[in-house]
Design a binder for this molecule. Structure first.
Ligand code: BGC
Length: 895
């Protein structure tokens, strides 16, 4: 290390590399392939800080690294500003190898940084030394059913969770141990009496016929010399439980399966592998029913104390059997695990019927309830039911749950104190009904546990308007409620599917709230796994229950989502991985087109889903989205250096546009259907020439004015309407829509008590009450897409280049607000834009991370800044070209 330092100038850099990641994950212990990619962020106080070069050291131990000994790879000094996606180019990593790495960067002036804190990663397993095993848990007792919930094929079949165990002897002191675990089903791994992680629903939902993920955990500190136990609790989950509507269970298989491998390294250099196999034993335990949709039933009297500890007498446990014929690829988990992220106490408790308590948590959420009980009797049965809404009499409104029973039961063992929360279920709820308590619950008797895929929060906007702040909180809650291993439509009813249209409509907004790179890294594989042989993308991924023909705006998730992730995170490898499927999809659409190209004679399309009395012709949506996907493929080809494809698809894009104009736009500029959505699509996707675009802009405004400043748009139209209004120079209209509080509007929902984003504008109205319970969720994120626009326009943060290397900071001053504070901790670090209007002056404060250049536009022709560079007045704003750092600007801007 010393010699390396001497090579570089002795001046220390103001920059330091932080937040090291491998394959876009923090310290993953199993990564795929021989060349995992490294990324880091740069931290540093000061202006115009840049990275000029880097050097990465990779070693087989942390101590080696400390001594500057890179026994696996030394990148050497690389002259490059890259800070993400840098592939490991060292020697073979070997199955399960655990590795440390560190990076030093050189700043623009040539000064080296300190070496970063070492970070760890582990190579994935090449070849398992463990069998798939199974144990056929008996069918549960006839489960209780609630007659008010329909639609499940009777009889309801629910099974207990199974317990597995293996005792083994470690003869020598252990230096390191890694546990690898996967399941067809859901698994909680235990070692010596403890769960190895708080993660939920391991290993996630995939098309289990093709692929299943495994997780890796460091269990060094949990094992010891002598007797040890590895245990697992196995549930049905997506593999063999109820999934989606239709009342069907066992979509992939009837019984869950398990595979565990623990690699133990001894201090003397020897090693041992403990793998699942026929020498493991299994039984059922206290969890007597478990299912995502139906809920969980736990009989604490059936607990097997010490089952996962050494010395337990496994009497009555049965041998497991080895399961052959599982052909799914077993790959390292590449997403974010699901975890509990917040625990909420009761806000209010009511008693609509004697002994029936309804706990209001004041917030709609996805998760479950935790019980903290005192002075219980053996056999006392506590029942928990969940809902998003209440009937007028204060009882739970559960009709919109459709076939989801959403009921948990806890049977007490009896004693001074008992605690419980379920492991293999979740519900979407704000209210929990609890029965069976001896007395009125206290604030903590029933707590709500909110869960989500642990996508790190990166964005926040706060303004002078409490309604807008609540809307923002609602979108973020709804995102968390629906990012549960995959992006779902809703968390409460018998659906919870990876609806492609919803995901594509919301993905850009999702990126503003949290770092979803790894989350989508996983889901995009699921989406590709479901592409048909012809090239179509599905309605839902993984594809079960709903079909393989997504139709326009749904299937297009296959092009839009990888492109968006590339835009935000600059991940070229991800784009390259999905490019062939994106292209295949466009080819599929072309092959089924009529001459023109124009929409096929017959095709499936959901239309502008849940719009308000405004039917946009399906052909218009088809053609617009075909153009959009083709444009994306042309641009993706260009980014990937495929000039030939870029040219080809750009030409096809022109043809599709031309055909759109001929077939659907009248000489007067009226688009067939004449809905707001029609004009939004044509303008968002640049389908019109300037003259027609002007007419379309006018017709869109007229369409909004005709409805007294209200939208009629559904999922498809709402996705882009606000961006389009900005594009046509009508932010004034966008702001009016944003702050509208009459039906239908975002503000209307907030004023009517929404704590999440509703599926439908008219989920509840004063005139009609609740919408049809067959489709009325209060937690769908599609309409939350407006917040992406708020981050970009009011927050003023735009990426001008994939990966935010170049940004535009251009806050739009919303006259309804006096201030807005926006933060976005992107792939390169924190971007901040705060503005306030005070005494006739506009103040704008901006912060940019290192390795970023920005154009900053401050409203007002004569804005002044504390930056050295000189602002250039242009069309109503003054603009600066600046690098990293903090800057303040003022102008005489008048709203
Ligand atoms: C889902 C949606 C989805 C739609 C497709 C609904 O049942 O909840 O959000 O996009 O079906 O039309």
């Amino acid at each position: 290390m010393l010699s390396a330092l001497l090579l570089w100038t002795s001046m220390k850099s103001l920059l330091s590399p932080v937040d090291l990641r491998c394959e876009n994950l923090t310290s993953p212990l199993a990564v795929e392939g021989e060349h995992p990619r490294f990324s880091w962020k740069l931290k540093g106080e000061g202006r115009d800080l840049r990275q000029k070069g880097y050097r990465i050291l990779v070693a087989s131990s942390k101590d080696f690294l400390r001594e500057g000994k890179a026994d696996l790879w030394d990148s050497g000094e690389v002259s490059s500003a890259e800070q993400f996606g840098i592939p490991y180019a060292g020697s073979g990593l070997g199955s399960g190898k655990r590795v440390w790495w560190s990076v030093q960067i050189q700043d623009a002036g040539g000064a080296p940084s300190e070496w970063s804190k070492p970070a760890e990663f582990g190579a994935g397993l090449t070849g398992w030394k463990a069998d798939w095993i199974g144990w056929d848990a008996p069918d549960g007792d006839k489960p209780e059913w609630h007659p008010e919930i329909g639609r499940v094929k009777n009889p309801l079949l629910l099974r207990p969770a199974s317990l597995f165990r293996k005792e083994f002897h470690a003869a020598r002191p252990i230096s390191r141990a890694t546990a690898y675990v996967t399941a067809l089903g859901l698994v909680d791994l235990h070692v010596n009496g403890k769960r190895v992680a708080d993660d939920l629903f391991t290993p996630g939902w995939t098309n289990y016929d093709k692929r299943v993920y495994y997780r890796a955990f460091d269990v060094t500190s949990m094992l010891h010399r002598g007797e040890n136990v590895v245990g697992a609790v196995l549930g049905d989950g997506w593999y063999s439980g109820y999934v989606g509507y239709g009342g069907i269970r066992a979509h992939y298989g009837d019984r869950p399966r398990l595979r565990v491998q623990v690699n133990v390294e001894y201090a003397d250099g020897s090693s041992e592998i403990i793998g699942s196999g026929p020498d493991w034993v299994a039984t059922s335990g206290p969890t007597v029913e478990q299912d995502f949709l139906m809920g969980e039933k736990y009989d604490a009297r059936k607990e097997r104390n010490g089952w996962d500890k050494p010395g337990y007498k496994a009497q009555g446990w049965q041998p497991v059997h080895k399961v052959d014929g599982i052909t799914a690829e077993v790959e390292p988990f590449c997403g974010d695990p699901v975890r509990a992220y917040e625990r909420l106490k009761a806000k209010k408790v009511t008693e609509p019927e004697p002994g029936v308590y309804v706990v209001d948590f004041g917030q709609n959420l996805a998760g479950f309830a935790k019980l903290n009980l005192k002075d219980t009797k053996p056999g006392q049965l506590i029942k928990l039911r969940f809902a998003e809404w209440l009937n007028p009499d204060g009882t739970l409104y559960v009709k919109n749950l459709r076939g989801a029973r959403a009921t948990d039961v806890y049977i007490c063992k009896g004693g001074a104190a008992e605690e419980w929360e379920p492991r293999f279920t979740f519900h979407g709820f704000r209210y929990c009904e609890v029965t069976g308590l001896a007395q009125r619950p206290e604030a903590t008797t029933v707590q709500a546990v909110a869960i989500s895929s642990a996508t790190p929060e990166v964005g926040h906007i706060e303004t002078s308007d409490p309604i807008l702040n609540r809307l923002s909180a609602n979108a973020w809650w709804t995102q968390k409620m629906n990012f549960i291993d995959i992006p779902t439509d809703c968390p409460q009813r018998d659906e919870r599917l990876g609806w492609t249209g919803d995901a594509q409509a919301y993905i850009r907004t999702a990126c503003s709230y949290s770092d979803v790179q790894a989350f989508f890294q996983k889901w995009l594989v699921a989406l590709d796994d479901e592409q048909t042989a012809e090239g179509n993308f599905p309605m839902v991924a993984p594809t079960k229950v709903a079909g393989h023909d997504g139709g326009p705006a749904w299937a297009d998730a296959g092009t839009i989502c990888p492109w968006t992730i590339y835009q935000v995170y600059g991940d070229k490898q991800l784009l390259a991985r999905h490019y062939p499927q994106m292209k295949k999809f466009v080819e599929f659409n072309l092959a089924r087109s009529q001459a023109g190209p124009l929409p096929p004679k017959e095709f499936h399309c959901f239309g502008d889903w849940v719009s308000i009395n405004a039917d946009t012709p399906k052909e218009v949506i088809w053609q617009a989205y075909f153009a959009y996907s083709t444009d994306i493929v042309a641009k993706a080809a260009r980014e990937l250096g495929n000039a030939e494809d870029a040219k080809h698809y750009a030409a096809l894009h022109e043809q599709i546009k031309e055909a759109f104009n001929k077939a659907f736009v009248s000489p007067e500029g009226v688009i067939q259907g004449d809905t707001q959505c029609c004009y939004v699509l044509a303008l968002a996707f640049d389908l019109l020439d300037p003259k027609m675009a002007k007419i379309a802009a006018d017709r869109l405004i007229k369409g909004i004015e005709d409805r007294k400043t209200h939208l009629s748009t559904g999922f498809v139209g709402t996705r882009d309407v606000m961006q389009v209004l900005s594009k046509i120079g009508r932010n004034d209209m966008a702001f009016r829509l944003l702050h509208n509080t009459t039906f239908p509007s975002w503000g209307f929902e907030v004023l009517n008590g929404a704590t999440s984003i509703w599926e439908r504008w008219d989920g509840w109205t004063p005139d009609k009450g609740l919408q049809d319970p067959d489709m009325n969720s209060f937690a769908h994120y599609a309409y939350g897409a407006v917040m992406g626009w708020v981050f970009a326009e009011i927050g003023g943060i735009h990426a001008l280049e994939p990966g935010f290397g170049k940004v535009l900071i251009a806050p739009q001053i919303d006259p309804h607000l006096t201030w807005a504070k926006t933060r976005y901790d992107g792939i390169r670090g924190l971007i901040r834009c705060d503005w306030k209007v005070e005494n006739g002056k506009l103040h704008v404060d901006v912060e940019l991370p290192p390795n970023t250049s920005a154009e900053i536009r401050v409203p007002g022709a004569n804005a002044k800044g504390d930056a050295d560079a000189i602002g250039v007045p242009a069309g109503g704003y003054t603009s600066w070209a600046l690098g990293s750092g903090r800057y303040s600007f003022t102008s005489d801007y008048k709203s």
